[in-house]
Ligand binder design. Structure first.
Ligand SMILES: C[S@@+](CC[C@H](N)C(=O)[O-])C[C@H]1O[C@@H](n2cnc3c(N)ncnc32)[C@H](O)[C@@H]1O
Length: 361
C-alpha cells in the first residue's frame, strides 16, 4: 500500500507553465494525439447515438482521465465537442456540455483551470483521484477519453523490489531487457490495473456511451527491446550506474528505481475487455505515433524527445533521487541518446501507440 502511494504521488507531470513544465513541453504527445482526431470524429459520428443519450437532460458529459495541466486536453475536448455538436445538429438537437477533468490529486490543477480557454463552450469540473478507482458518479458520462495515461501502472510491481524474488530488477529500470519474471510482473500488474480501470468505467459510462483510449502499445509477442524506448530505458540505467560509480547516488537507490510504464498489445487488452464483459470493441489498432515526424530523425529531434520525457517523467526521478540531481541525470541521458541518434532512428519503425474504443453495452 505504501509503495502504491509513493508511485502515485510522484507521477504528476511537471507543473506550472515555466520553460520545463509539461504545459510547455507536451507537443510530442499533442502531435501523436492529433493522429487520432479523424478516427475519434468518425467514431462519434458513426457509433454514438448522441441525441438519444441526452434525451432526459440535454447535458452531454465528457471526461478526460489523466488530463495533466493542459493544453492538450483542451484541444482534445474541443474536438470531441465539435464532433458531438455536428451529430446533434444533424438531428436538430442542441446540448450543453459538461467536462470532467481528471488526474491524480497532486496534479497542478491550478495551472489547468487558470489556462482554460476563455471562449470555451463547456462547463468544467475537476475530479481528482486515481482512474484505477471510481472518479465519477454512476452512469454520469457519455464519452470518456484518456490519452497517454493508462500505460502508467498504479505502482511498481512489488516483486521488483524484493531481493529474494526472481523478479528483483537489480540495475535495470524497466522490464526492457530484463528477466522473464520481471516482464511477467509488469504484465500482471497491467492486467490487474486495467481490470480495475474497466470495472470503474463500466459503472460511470451510460449504456451506449464510449470509452476512447490511446496509450503505449506493442505488437503481440514482440520483445520490448525492439523499440526505441528500450534504448532510452537502457541508457537511463547506464547513466544511473555511472552516477553510482561516481558516488553521486547509492547502489540501493539505483536498484530500487523502476519506471512503472507498460506497453500493451491489442490482444492483451481485448482479452481484458472480454473478461470485463460490459463493453463491445468498436476499434482496436496499433498506430505509428511518429507518423507526423520528418524522417530521418536528427539530433535535434532526440533532444526534443528528451525535453518532453523530462517534463513527463521528471517527478519520478525527483522523488527517488532528489531535485538536485534531475538536471544532471537528464543532461547525461540526452548526451548519451544524441550519440545514439542513428540507433534511435532505426528503431522508430514500429506502431507503438495502441488505440482502442469501446462502447458501453
Ligand atoms: C503523459 S501525461 C498525458 C496528459 C494528457 N492526457 C496529454 O495527452 O497530454 C499522463 C497523465 O496521466 C496521469 N495519470 C497517471 N496515472 C494516473 C492515474 N492512476 N489516475 C489519474 N491520472 C493518472 C499523470 O498524472 C499525467 O498527468
Amino acid at each position: 500500500m505504501e509503495k502504491v502511494e509513493i508511485v502515485l504521488n510522484s507521477l504528476p507531470m511537471s507543473g506550472g507553465d515555466g520553460p520545463n513544465s509539461y504545459s510547455k513541453n507536451s507537443h510530442l504527445q499533442r502531435r501523436s494525439a492529433s493522429l487520432l482526431k479523424e478516427t475519434i470524429d468518425k467514431l462519434i459520428t458513426e457509433k454514438l447515438d448522441a441525441k438519444n443519450l441526452i434525451c432526459d437532460s440535454n447535458t452531454f458529459c465528457i471526461a478526460d482521465l489523466g488530463c495533466a495541466t493542459g493544453p492538450n486536453t483542451f484541444f482534445l475536448v474541443q474536438d470531441i465537442i465539435k464532433s458531438v455538436e455536428t451529430t446533434l445538429d444533424s438531428n436538430s438537437t442542441k446540448a450543453e456540455f459538461l467536462v470532467f477533468f481528471n488526474d491524480l490529486t497532486n496534479n497542478d490543477f491550478n495551472t489547468l483551470f487558470t489556462s482554460l480557454p476563455q471562449d470555451r463552450s463547456y462547463f468544467a469540473v475537476g475530479v481528482p483521484g486515481s482512474f484505477y478507482g471510481r472518479v465519477l458518479p454512476q452512469s454520469s458520462v457519455h464519452i470518456v477519453v484518456t490519452l497517454a495515461a493508462t500505460h502508467w501502472l498504479s505502482s511498481v510491481p512489488k516483486e521488483l523490489l524484493d531481493k529474494s524474488s526472481k523478479a528483483w530488477n537489480k540495475g535495470k529500470v524497466h522490464y526492457s531487457n530484463a528477466a522473464e519474471e520481471v516482464v511477467k510482473a509488469y504484465e500482471d500488474q497491467f492486467g490487474r490495473d486495467m481490470e480495475k480501470f474497466l470495472e470503474a468505467r463500466a459503472q460511470e459510462i451510460v449504456s451506449g456511451g464510449l470509452l476512447v483510449v490511446g496509450m503505449c502499445g506493442i505488437p503481440q509477442g514482440m520483445p520490448f527491446s525492439n523499440l526505441a524506448d528500450s534504448i532510452m530505458y537502457t541508457s537511463i540505467a547506464d547513466v544511473l550506474i555511472q552516477m553510482q560509480s561516481q558516488g553521486l547516488i547509492s547502489e540501493e537507490q539505483v536498484d530500487s528505481f523502476n519506471i512503472p510504464i507498460y506497453s500493451a498489445s491489442p490482444e492483451e487488452v481485448a482479452a481484458l475487455v472480454e473478461k470485463n464483459g460490459c463493453f463491445s470493441v468498436e476499434s482496436m489498432e496499433l498506430i505509428d505515433p511518429t507518423a507526423w515526424l520528418k524522417r530521418p530523425m536528427d539530433v535535434e529531434d532526440v533532444r526534443q524527445w528528451m525535453v518532453c520525457i523530462k517534463a513527463t517523467m521528471g517527478s519520478l526521478f525527483i522523488n527517488h533521487f532528489g531535485d538536485h540531481l534531475l538536471d544532471d541525470i537528464f543532461d547525461r541521458l540526452t548526451a548519451r541518446l544524441v550519440g545514439l541518434t542513428d540507433e534511435v532512428e532505426s528503431s522508430y519503425r514500429e506502431k507503438v501507440m495502441l488505440f482502442f474504443a469501446l462502447k458501453r453495452i
